[in-house]
Design a protein around this ligand. Structure first.
Ligand code: ADP
Ligand code: MG
Length: 676
């Protein structure tokens, strides 16, 4: 079969086509990033080969050296980037370089679609991988031969005009050569010094030799001769094995980008080497933004090397689950090269590494919080929820995590640390108070906070589903217990006078308490006098061991069946409505109004905790009836009275209902007012 008849033409996937159009016409001025992308791919291909050769040494046959070569050809106007890595089969060429857009490309296209074509400059940050070759070339050829027995090589070629071709080719050994036919105005990339400096700038982290083909002229006159040589132009040692003082911030950042394919620079990193029982090096990074699949298993873990050989791209055993956002490298001298997943799971070496890595990560976070609070906030927004899981599952790190958590608070908008909260605690304040809810707005006026507000105590607003779980793990911070404002036991400091007053009030509910219990027996486990309410008539609180309404709702929304734990109804006996009910109950023990009002109060309490009422129609009917009566008896009728007069109604306490405005309100819905 002739080569010609074996040439196949394929169409690019639509997304890739779109990307190629942007790239090939780009006016972006830093086109040199193409080299970083192609060298990075070559380096990945070499790492993959080295890993596989641990168990299949025959893969190295024919060419044992692992290296990258840059070959400029001034005559032809081409630059070739060559590697002796894993190579690609025909199918891989088609799939990887034409029919499946990689995540970086997709994100880039989305962003360009959002922001308009003028932001094509973002190409620099995204890299867009292999296709960045078309920033500088109008025709690209890739010849690749996969490592292994099959000697067949394949050539992929395209001028980025909608399609590419694939055909059989010749290649002596495994690996990939990418030949760029440079555009007329991009010939600078043939220049030796330009290429040298680009390698130093962008690709110095690569731990394989990058060799540049150069022309060396020696001798004079007759004896002068020019020879072609390959010269190593990078340090060719793993970045993490060098000493910190030799590495610039830019080099760390370039390495991070290579490792993660993230286009943003990391927020922070930590680089360390341990000696002693375990010899290993760690280089860990804190990304700025969460990846879209942060919560999937594929996202966990760091790159594991054993004595410089890449063993695993994502080794999750090196980090606890709640640090799954950390990226980086662990290079151990103690693990065997043929280490397996099973072995990792119960290896004492791994346990020790994991512990150390965890500690180093928490130290890095602590330092970031201290030195760069702005960046720490960015981190918290991206990953705070994940970090908080640690409180629930790893009591060992409770103290360190307690110092890292941040919450909204009643003091002001924005986040606060527990240490700052404690430093602001009032004299006599025994606990750190918090409240749960969907949002700041949903909790800010919660009746549960009234007594705390009265005392001037700050309250933390917990609005994250994981918070209930996390606070149970944390329990206390700097010896101060964390107490939910919605919990039955508020642990408030009371003066003697307050205590007496409370006892007095407790008696105050009288037979109304029994009646309320009876009416609400299906809904609440207890009715009792509250010491947390000042302005509201009642609220629901969570008994010991119970769950907050917010959390129950969330679990239900997620389709989990949650047993409804009955809450406690706390009543404010000095509230005018309650006083009125008490009087009514004493006077007419059988009054149906009491039942209706009690139910209405219960519905209100449900609403203030963010729950929905069981029978919204009944609730609305009663409210309407109530307002209608109020309107009917309002002095606004006919004469003009300020609106305040209506509102004044319930605030005029009357123990004996009289035919006043107050009584009109108090007379209850669905029953006409009966003057006594
Ligand atoms: P990414 O590197 O983010 O996966 P690229 O567009 O840079 O995306 O590369 C696409 C894919 O093509 C790579 O994932 C890899 O499978 C393959 N590839 C690219 N260059 C090489 C190479 N030199 N050797 C082997 N495979 C390569
Ligand atoms: Mg790439």
């Amino acid at each position: 079969m002739s080569v010609d008849t074996q040439r196949e033409t394929h169409k690019f996937q639509a997304e890739i086509n779109q990307l190629l159009n942007l790239v090939i016409n780009s006016l972006y001025s830093h086109k040199e990033i193409f080299l970083r992308e192609l060298v990075s791919n070559a380096s990945d291909a070499l790492d993959k080969l080295r890993f596989r050769s641990v168990t299949e040494p025959e893969l190295l046959e024919g060419a044992s050296e692992l290296e990258i070569r840059l070959i400029p050809d001034a005559e032809k106007g081409t630059l070739t980037i060559e590697d002796t890595g894993i190579g690609m089969t025909r199918d891989e060429l088609v799939k990887n370089l034409g029919t499946i857009a990689h995540s970086g490309s997709r994100e880039f296209l989305e962003l360009v679609a959002q922001r308009g074509q003028k932001d094509v400059n973002l190409i620099g940050q995204f890299g867009v991988g292999f296709y960045s070759a078309y920033l500088v070339a109008d025709h690209v050829e890739v010849v690749s031969r996969a490592a292994g027995k099959d000697p067949q090589a394949w050539k992929w070629a395209s001028d980025a005009k909608g399609s590419f071709t694939v055909e059989p080719a010749e290649r002596a050994t495994r690996g990939t050569s990418i030949t760029l036919h440079l555009k007329a105005d991009q010939k600078e990339f043939l220049d030796e010094w330009r290429l040298r400096s680009l390698v130093t700038q962008y690709s110095d982290y690569v731990n394989h030799p990058i060799k540049l083909q150069v022309q060396k002229t020696t001798g004079e006159g007759e004896a002068q001769k020019t020879e072609t040589k390959l010269e190593v132009v990078n340090k060719a040692s793993a970045l993490w094995q060098r000493s910190k003082s030799e590495i610039t911030d830019e080099q760390y950042q370039e390495f991070y980008k290579h490792l993660t394919h993230d286009w943003e620079v990391p927020l922070a990193w930590t680089h360390f080497r341990t000696e002693g029982n375990q010899v290993f090096t760690g280089l860990l990074f804190l990304p700025k933004n969460p990846p879209f699949d942060l919560n999937t298993p594929q996202q966990r873990g760091v790159r594991l090397f054993v004595k410089r050989v890449l063993i695993m791209d994502r080794c999750e055993e090196m980090l606890p689950q709640w640090l799954r956002f950390v990226r980086g490298v662990v290079d151990s001298d103690d693990l065997p090269l043929n280490v397996s997943r099973e072995l990792l799971q119960d290896s004492a070496v791994v346990q020790a590494i994991r512990k150390h890595v965890t500690k180093k990560t928490l130290d890095m976070l602590e330092k970031l919080a201290k030195d760069k609070p702005e960046d720490y906030r960015t981190f918290w927004k991206s990953f705070g929820t994940v970090l908080k899981e640690g409180l629930a599952v790893d009591t060992e790190y409770r103290e360190k995590l307690g110092a890292l958590v941040r919450y909204e608070s009643s003091r002001e908008e924005g986040l606060t640390s527990l240490a700052d909260y404690v430093s602001r605690m009032k004299e006599g304040q025994k606990a750190i108070y918090y409240v749960f809810g969907e949002s700041r707005k949903a909790v800010v006026d919660s009746p549960h906070l009234e007594a705390l507000k009265k005392r001037g105590y700050e309250v933390l607003y917990m609005t994250d589903p994981v918070d209930e779980w996390a606070t149970q793990g944390l329990r206390e911070f700097q010896d101060k217990p964390l107490v939910s404002a919605m919990h039955a036991d508020l642990k408030l400091e009371e003066t003697e006078e307050e205590k007496r007053e409370k006892e007095q009030r407790a008696k105050g509910l009288g037979p109304l308490a029994e009646r309320m219990k009876d009416v609400l027996k299906e809904h609440v486990r207890e009715v009792r006098v509250s010491d947390r309410l000042t302005d509201s008539p009642c609220c629901l609180v969570v008994p010991e061991g119970g769950s907050h309404a917010f959390v129950e709702r969330l679990l239900r929304e997620r389709g989990r069946s949650v047993p409804r734990v009955k809450r406690i109804l706390e009543v404010n006996p000095s509230h005018p409505i309650v006083e009125h009910l008490k009087a009514l109950q004493e006077k007419e023990p059988e009054s149906p109004q009491v039942t209706e009002w009690v139910e209405l109060l219960y519905d209100q309490a449900l609403l203030t905790e963010g729950s929905s009422v069981e029978d919204p129609n009944r609730f609305a009917r009663r409210m309407t009836a109530l307002m209608t009566q109020l309107a009917a008896h309002s002095p606004v009728k006919g004469t003009h009275t300020p609106a305040g007069a209506v509102a004044a109604g319930p605030e005029t306490p009357t123990s004996e209902p009289k035919p006043t405005e107050g009584a009109a309100v108090a007379a209850g819905p669905e029953t006409p007012v009966r003057p006594n």
